[in-house]
Design a protein around this ligand. Structure first.
Ligand code: ADP
Ligand code: MG
Length: 697
């Protein structure tokens, strides 16, 4: 296959538009895409018609408005192109109106109280900045999803708003630095995606993975990831075939899939795309996850995107590599070659540092789910404390600016902005601290808290908005300065001084760090979802979003409500799955094995009263104790679920799930896992961790 030829072949991209639209329609489309101008209906009709012809040639029969409601996954409702014709036949039609706006009966999507039932029908509106594409015989039109009152009901709308806000504020700064050629900036993201592949047959036998995406039970196998023999290891043939097909399907959709390799845990893998504009990267990441799950079964595999499918080995995250690019092709997070470029780099760097320090709660909560609560803080995942790793080099540059001291012995003089060139920063030394939630990696920031299944939208809303706020305050100050250079110097010194507490280059896994971060530096350590999500409604955060037109207060209330109620629902499903597995499979298996042991002992006794039955008796005793614990925990879990149901307010309800469901689930699991290690394999009703983690051959 000729990759350049089929890359993007299922995308109605710029080259498709150029070749299929008239010059005037194409120019109007370009103005809409580049400058956000609204489209005239006659133009929309022409675009829709060309899109339809293009799609039908590629086998499409249906179209859908493709959107990202607050469930975190994508939604689509398919309509065929057919329209009845006079002679009892049909013709294939697609109008500009259908392209621009859709009205899915979307009442079952979460709105967090934004929609009353009488106005349940939200609408979807075309986002022309993200290209339409064909998936499974359907023309997919990327859209935003809003209520009839205009409130955002999706992930995309606030993301686009936040990109716009950052653009506004960054342009003010760039103008102060005399960048006359730059007319806009965009943030770009490369999301590295981790996932597990397990054997499909084993997947089908594990109701916990089937219902919840993770194992709720499972004793540790003799071998885990300690030998590091999976990381970057040779691919198993089935996995290689899966990756090949995945790459091909993604390339057809214009997704820049680039790097694929085995990850640290057994059965764990990673895909990294080449970075692109944030809203497109968001769409592409959703498509990537969808394709992974769709293609795996064709190879006898199941793809797990849960944040922590297995205890005792690494969970799966998503690294959000973020930078800001100008329309003239400059990455604003690249240290430059001239004093002026350096000063500009430093102001964006300081804007980022301030943003993370002031709004670390928002960054943390943008990754908060019941699943990610298990992952953060252990096994190659960052702790729940948000800090930035800058590396020694850059940190000492900031030190010398803050303290007006020489950067190095050779330098002798204090570093003056606008006068001195920064020493060249070696790229690679910055990247190796895996314990930090945010690392500067030479020309971008890598944010590592996101869990594997998350949409990257909300995290990028937080990053964009918080940095926009820093830049807007910086611009307010600098625009009014009499002496730009000394005002800039003062601003940077003050920012470094006020926000350096968030910079930490040490080991984030260290217990001492937790103490220092919380007790000495006063940083947040928001461990669980109910701890951090309510922070969305802190006054400073509401003010931030309202000021930059990202969320209204009622939109924020709705998001907060949805995130907490998702947390409750997930735990409810997990607890009920545990109860179901215990009562219908695990306890019966233990009893059967106890029965077998007891009858073996009886048989022995009938042969001779002097034969020892110590082994059988000891085991039956142990299993009986465990079975009692299992039974008691299951009953408690059930009672607690009933009790929680009576709490209607989601804030205390989510706290209750954390406090009276999670600990019982843990106790139950411990007992079951021990019982598994004492029960003969042939009696155990589920594939073991060994089967799951090492079962793909
Ligand atoms: P690693 O982190 O594994 O060392 P890289 O740093 O090369 O690998 O890239 C990781 C991801 O970061 C890739 O998806 C890559 O496209 C993305 N990336 C690289 N440069 C940028 C940038 N300037 N902005 C955003 N993402 C970037
Ligand atoms: Mg990386």
């Amino acid at each position: 296959m000729n990759i350049p030829e089929y890359f993007g072949s299922m995308v109605f991209d710029d080259s498709a538009m150029k070749s299929r639209l008239s010059q005037s329609v194409y120019s109007a489309m370009k103005r809409t895409i580049d400058d956000g101008r609204s489209l005239d209906i006659s133009i929309a009709n022409a675009v829709a018609d060309a899109m339809k012809e293009w799609a039908i040639e590629r086998g499409a029969t249906h179209f859908t408005h493709w959107f990202q409601p607050m469930t975190g996954i994508t939604a689509e409702k398919h309509d065929s192109f057919i329209v009845p014709a006079a002679n009892g036949k049909v013709i294939m039609e697609f109008s500009g109106k259908e392209l621009i706006k859709g009205e899915p009966d979307a009442s079952a999507f979460p709105s967090g109280g934004l929609r009353a039932t009488f106005e349940a029908r939200g609408y979807t509106a075309w986002d022309p900045t993200s290209y339409a594409f064909i998936k499974e015989h359907t023309l997919c039109i990327p859209t935003a999803f809003c209520s009839f009152g205009g409130e955002a009901l999706d992930m995309k709308t606030p993301l686009l708003r936040s990109m716009e806000a950052l653009n506004r504020q960054a342009m003010r700064i760039l103008h102060l630095f005399g960048n006359q050629n730059v007319t806009s900036i965009k943030t770009t993201v490369g999301p590295e995606q981790e996932y597990f592949l397990i054997d499909k047959e084993m997947f089908d036998k594990r109701r916990d993975i089937y219902y919840t995406g993770r194992t709720l039970f499972g004793a540790r196998p003799p071998k885990g990831q300690e030998l590091h023999d999976h990381y970057f290891g040779a691919l198993k043939p089935r996995v290689a075939a899966f990756m090949k097909e995945l790459d091909e399907e993604l390339w057809k959709l214009g997704v820049l899939a680039k790097t694929e390799h085995n990850e640290a845990a057994p059965a764990q893998h990673e895909l990294a795309p080449i970075y692109t504009t944030t809203n497109i990267a968001t769409d592409h990441n959703q498509l990537t996850m969808e394709m992974m799950q769709r293609i795996a079964p064709k190879h006898g595999l199941a793809c797990l995107l849960h944040e922590k499918p297995f205890e005792g080995v690494n969970g799966s995250g998503k690294h959000n590599n973020w930078s800001i690019q100008t329309n003239t092709g400059t990455n604003l997070l690249t240290p430059g070659d001239t004093p002026y470029e350096n000063a500009q780099f430093l102001i964006f760097l300081c804007a980022f540092i301030r943003a993370v320090d002031e709004y670390s709660d928002l960054l943390r909560l943008s990754t908060a789910t019941a699943g990610n609560d298990h992952r953060l803080g252990g096994h190659e995942a960052p702790p729940a404390i948000v800090s930035i790793f800058l590396g020694d080099e850059l940190t000492s540059i900031l030190d010398s600016i803050e303290q007006d001291t020489a950067y190095s012995a050779a330098e002798k003089q204090p570093l003056r902005l606008g006068v001195h060139v920064l020493p060249k920063l070696p790229r690679d030394t910055t990247d190796r601290n895996r314990t930090s939630p945010i690392a500067f990696t030479g020309n971008k920031f890598e944010f590592r808290m996101l869990g594997a299944p998350a949409s990257i939208a909300l995290t990028n809303v937080m990053l964009n908005t918080a940095v926009a706020e820093s830049l807007s305050l910086f611009a307010d100050e600098l625009e009014n300065a009499n002496d730009f250079e000394s005002a800039l110097h003062d601003l940077l010194r003050r920012t470094i001084h006020d926000h350096r507490r968030v910079i930490f280059n040490g080991n984030g896994y260290d217990e001492a760090w937790v103490r220092e971060a919380t007790e000495v530096r006063g940083l947040h350590n928001l461990r669980t979802t109910p701890d951090c999500v309510p922070k969305l409604l802190d006054r400073k955060n509401i003010d931030l979003f309202v000021k930059h037109n990202i969320f209204t207060e009622s939109e924020l209330r709705s998001r907060c409500h949805i995130m907490l109620s998702n947390y409750c629902k997930v735990l409810n499903i997990e607890a009920r799955t545990m109860i179901d597995m215990v009562r219908r499979d695990i306890l019966p298996a233990i009893s059967a094995y106890e029965g077998k042991l007891s009858s073996a002992a009886n048989e022995k006794r009938s042969l001779s009263s002097t034969i020892s039955c110590g082994y059988e008796e000891k085991l039956v005793r142990r299993l009986s104790v465990l079975a009692d614990t299992i039974c008691r925990c299951t009953d408690t879990l059930e009672d607690n679920l009933t009790e929680i149901k009576t709490i209607s307010d989601v804030f205390p309800r989510s706290g209750k799930y954390r406090d009276i469901i999670c600990p019982v689930m843990e106790e139950l699991r411990t007992a079951v896992d021990e019982a598994e290690t004492c029960t003969a394999s042939e009696f155990w009703p589920f594939p073991t961790y060994g089967d799951l983690l090492f079962g793909v051959r």
